[in-house]
Design a protein around this ligand. Structure first.
Ligand code: BGC
Length: 475
């Protein structure tokens, strides 16, 4: 009898625990990344990062906007007085989470050696301030920036990056793991390597674009191994939170569905952009078709069985999804011979810009149906304009962004209703900030920033998002 009662109460208690787990409120958030917002370029002993170097020394924004811009000041969020005001704006907005990244070159200025206590103390304070405001901190360990000295050693092309990154990550996880319950190892490996590095050709290699494109696979693989290594380490620490990775996902959509060449090109884009990362992360292996195509340009990519076993054994606890628009793909005959043109990355032209929320829905449903329905968190969704945000006096109207956000949230919630394991939605970005190679010419924020005075003005989209959160508070 006693045994039955004990068993029954255990069942009831575990039922309550499961219920409590399921009752966790839906996460509504905004996101930033260290380099794009912090400024404080040389404050508190910060080392030079890859992006400090690219903006200050190479003048990388000149490639696209013809003007040298840096994030040395950015939107001044390293400054506590400033970020406390920004936290107030998040509170008023009604979000319950804030995704931000840490700058490796602040924490270990020379990449591999001494730890900078001042930087660690700064992030400690930031995390405490975020939590004190009732927001859950979601911490990205690495968002495109790493110490420049490591770039000189080959960056992610050098397999030693795995151990250097693991050292950095282990410092962060040990220091903040008790108070941060969601960590993201990497942000968007595809964009970092295949898009930005290939297009900008930082290393000035003489190889053709397709060869460079294929070579980036080595870097992406090293990141995936580093992701698995750190995921394993995190679980060993038993800190009771979740660790995941963020991918930018976008279905490949043919420009003309009746043109078989476009259909094929769209499939190929899907292979490189989505499956090349989703398959190893959730199925433990790279898609053969992707590797075969990349091998045509660089046959040296041969991941070891040990690496693959590690990747296969360390599924992320959750998947961060950055979604902006589908990749609309048009086949183009290039100057290369048509024999191998179908699989040539140079033929892929993604037409960025279309507002197609249904592809966010499809992405979430695909994860449910094809990848075992992992826990997903939309870690970025938003839209950037050069001239659409209109400031008149103290008001900024951005009807296109307000509409964009509304429609994407509704698509995401529809997928959730149909069983997608979605735990939250995050807007990129809370604030206008330094938009990489576009410098300050493209604004993504819910909050307008005057880059000269650091004045903040909530835009129309901020109030739209506020309303949506209020309407869905019970989710
Ligand atoms: C990145 C952000 C970036 C945003 C808008 C994402 O690819 O994670 O850092 O600002 O897109 O382009």
């Amino acid at each position: 009898m006693k045994k039955i009662i004990v068993t029954l109460s255990l069942i009831i208690l575990s039922g309550i625990a499961v219920k409590a787990q399921n009752k966790k409120p839906f996460l509504w958030g905004v996101a930033t990344a260290a380099y794009q917002v912090e400024g404080g370029y040389q404050t508190d002993g910060k080392g030079e990062s890859k992006w400090d170097y690219l903006t200050n020394k190479v003048g990388v924004t000149q490639f696209l906007i013809g003007e040298k811009q840096t994030a040395n000041v950015a939107i001044n969020m390293y400054d506590r007085t400033q970020y406390l005001k920004d936290i107030e704006l998040m509170k008023k907005l009604g979000v319950n989470s804030y995704r931000f990244s840490l700058d490796w070159s602040r924490i270990i200025p020379d990449g591999t050696g001494a730890v900078n206590e001042k930087a660690l103390a700064h992030y400690d304070q930031l995390i405490d301030d975020v939590k004190a405001a009732g927001l859950e901190p979601i911490v990205t360990l690495y968002h495109f920036d790493y110490p420049f000295v490591l770039m000189q050693k080959g960056g992610w092309g050098n397999p030693d990056m795995i151990k250097w990154y693991t050292k950095y990550a282990s410092i962060v996880l040990n220091r903040y793991g008790k108070k941060v319950k969601k960590f993201i190892t990497f942000n968007e490996p595809y964009i970092e390597f295949f898009l930005v590095e290939t297009l900008l050709n930082f290393d000035q290699s003489k190889a053709s674009e397709s060869v460079r494109y294929a070579q980036q696979m080595h870097k992406a693989h090293n990141q995936l191994v580093a992701n698995a290594t750190v995921t394993k380490l995190y679980h060993k620490l038993k800190l009771g939170g979740l660790i995941g990775i963020t991918l930018n996902l976008a279905p490949g959509v043919p420009w003309n569905a009746n043109n078989p060449k476009d259909v094929k090109a769209a499939k190929f884009q899907d292979l490189l952009l989505n499956r090349l990362f989703l398959d190893p992360l959730f199925k433990g292996k790279y898609p053969k078709e992707a590797i075969d195509s990349l091998h045509k340009y660089d046959p040296t990519f041969k991941p070891s069985a040990k690496d693959m076993a590690l990747i296969a054994s360390q599924k992320p606890d959750f998947l961060g999804i950055n979604y902006y628009q589908p990749a609309i793909v048009k086949h183009e005959d290039s100057q290369m011979t048509t024999k191998w043109v179908e699989n040539n990355p140079d033929t892929i032209k993604a037409n960025t810009g279309p507002v197609r929320p249904e592809y966010l829905y499809k992405t979430l449903m695909r994860l449910k149906n094809e990848y075992g329905n992992p826990i997903t968190l939309i870690t970025e969704n938003g839209t950037g304009y050069k001239t659409e945000d209109r400031r008149i006096g103290n008001k900024v109207s951005d009807p296109l962004r307000a509409d964009y956000i509304k429609r994407h949230i509704s698509a995401a919630l529809q997928a959730k209703k149909e069983g997608a394991n979605l735990i939250g939605y995050t807007v990129w970005s809370g604030w206008d900030n330094f938009e990489w190679v576009f410098g300050y010419t493209k604004r993504f924020g819910l909050i307008y920033v005057d880059f000269d005075t650091q004045e903040r003005i909530p835009k129309q989209s901020y109030f739209e998002y506020q309303k949506i959160i209020q309407e869905n508070i019970k989710l």
